[in-house]
Design a protein around this ligand. Sequence first.
Ligand SMILES: [Zn+2]
Length: 126
Amino acid sequence: MSERSKVQAVLQGRCPQCREGKLFKHGAYNLAKFTKINQECTSCGVKFEREPRFFDGAMYISYALSVGLFLVSAFIIYMFFHPVSENVYMLAIISEVILLYPIMFRTSRIIYLYAFGGLKFGGNKK
Ligand SMILES: [Zn+2]
């Protein structure tokens, strides 16, 4: 059983049940393969895709994360660089979306699995 806290486990993309096994097979910036999720936990064997198309719901988390990112970026630009043209806001947001896409994609799936996967730390569901 892992000593990781829940927050550490989420940030490191670990299994909700044992906090050991990794959700994703490859690194976030392995651009050909960053979306590949392990079928089951390599440590405790729990199935990550709880039902068919389970991770489709993660798009709502992704949307919320993106809106949060946009608001924070707009606030920072406004506070430190005001006045600037609207194009600066657009350029900043578009670059963030592109550069952070793998991280947003993965984080939203991890959060979704933790929130709606029905898995408890220390449990033994398969
Ligand atoms: Zn596990």
